[in-house]
Design a protein around this ligand. Structure first.
Ligand code: ATP
Ligand code: MG
Length: 349
């Protein structure tokens, strides 16, 4: 029997609540589909930081390296630990150490969920570059606090970085409708985004079966709202992907559904799977957080591990639950608990 080693990082607030319930869905799926999930839980969180002065031990990355995947709830509790500390002490080091350069987010409006749009169908896979671009951190400020002050933030786009993310976009397009949207702002940004377009065109020659369209980010943002059915896989830089995935999450019904995979497609290191939402201190501890985003992230994890049938069954079960509109957490207008929703998904399985 195949067996996978999963590192669980519940984190803070509702992260701990949604991860525990979601894990029970995954273990149920593993029994149904004939594979084994072994887990070890790491208590790295803001509580851990307040006790130990760091978000994880010095050898934390080395401890994680032995696992097939990392499954994370949510990390951060701004009232007690600044986000800069929690982010830079845990999530960013993991992303960096394992070179998780793909941030993949499926945005699909499930049956029974009311999104803000009238358009019924919404099914887009956003591929965001996760390591460089506008968030490279290069830049500086001169003449600080004077009228002549200048702040410069430099985007860094490397051929290796751009090629590998666009190539991943093409590969994903091949698994779906063979339609790729490449996002730039090359009419206004004449170096980096022109470069991105060139790389897109070069790779397009290798994927003659995929229809590629270049969009400017402002135009595609509007298209998400007006003609989403014309989009399938969308590949974008770090900043543009960040913004577009927030639009995507909103249209699919909000944070309760938005799942995220931080991937190194070449493998050999653990990839990381998490809901997009944070620790939600306002509702933490009450057992009413919506676990569907985390369960969906778990499905992405199983898919990445090669358990596609189990992954599909979980997503289908999530949709069975939303379609029936019976068991819903308060964010969706219901009164069910986190646990009850997870149990409903297990029953649908
Ligand atoms: P972060 O800085 O970590 O992104 P945030 O400040 O954006 O966090 P979240 O923790 O994502 O905030 O929460 C934003 C709002 O959405 C809060 O009101 C929260 O209660 C709600 N929310 C987030 N996730 C869920 C969930 N799974 N179920 C129900 N409500 C949620
Ligand atoms: Mg946020």
């Amino acid at each position: 029997m195949k067996s996978y080693k999963i590192a669980l990082i519940p984190g803070d607030g509702i992260g701990t609540e949604v991860l525990a319930c979601s894990w029970s869905v995954l273990t149920e799926a593993s029994e149904r589909f004939g594979f084994r999930l072994e887990s070890q839980t790491f208590p790295w969180s803001c509580d851990y930081y307040l006790q130990n002065g760091r978000m994880m031990p010095d050898d934390g990355i080395e401890q994680l390296r032995a696992f097939d995947s990392i499954y994370l709830g949510a990390v951060g509790w701004p009232a007690r630990v600044p986000d800069s500390v929690s982010l830079h002490g845990l999530l960013l080091p993991i992303r960096k150490a394992f070179d998780l350069y793909v941030n993949s987010r499926p945005h699909r409006l499930l049956d029974g969920v009311e999104g803000p749009l009238r358009a019924g169908s919404f099914d887009i896979l956003c591929i965001r570059e996760n390591t460089e671009g506008e968030y490279s951190g290069a830049g500086g400020r001169v003449h600080m606090a004077t009228p002549n002050e200048v702040a410069v933030e430099t985007s860094v786009f490397t051929r290796r970085g751009v090629e590998r993310i666009i190539r991943y976009g093409f590969e994903m397009a091949r698994t779906r409708k063979r339609r790729l949207a490449s996002v730039t702002k090359s009419n206004a940004q004449k170096y980096s985004m022109v470069f991105w377009d060139e790389v897109t065109d070069t790779l397009a020659a290798e994927y003659p079966d995929v229809e590629v369209t270049r969009y400017h980010v402002d135009a595609i943002a509007a298209r998400f709202v007006t003609h989403p059915q014309t989009l399938d896989v969308v590949v974008a830089s770090n900043l543009f992907g960040d913004i577009l995935t927030d639009i995507g999450a909103a249209i699919q019904g909000g944070l309760g559904f938005a799942a995220s995979a931080n991937l190194n497609p070449e493998g050999g290191v653990p990839s990381m799977f998490e809901p997009v939402h944070g620790s939600a201190p306002d509702i933490a501890g009450r057992g009413i957080a919506n676990p569907l985003a985390t369960i969906w992230a778990g499905a992405l994890m199983l898919e990445h591990l090669g358990e596609a049938s189990a992954a599909q069954a979980i997503v289908k079960s999530i949709e069975d639950v939303t379609r029936q509109r019976l068991v819903r957490t308060p964010d969706l207008g219901g009164q069910a608990t986190t646990e009850e929703v997870a149990q409903a998904v297990i029953a649908a399985l």
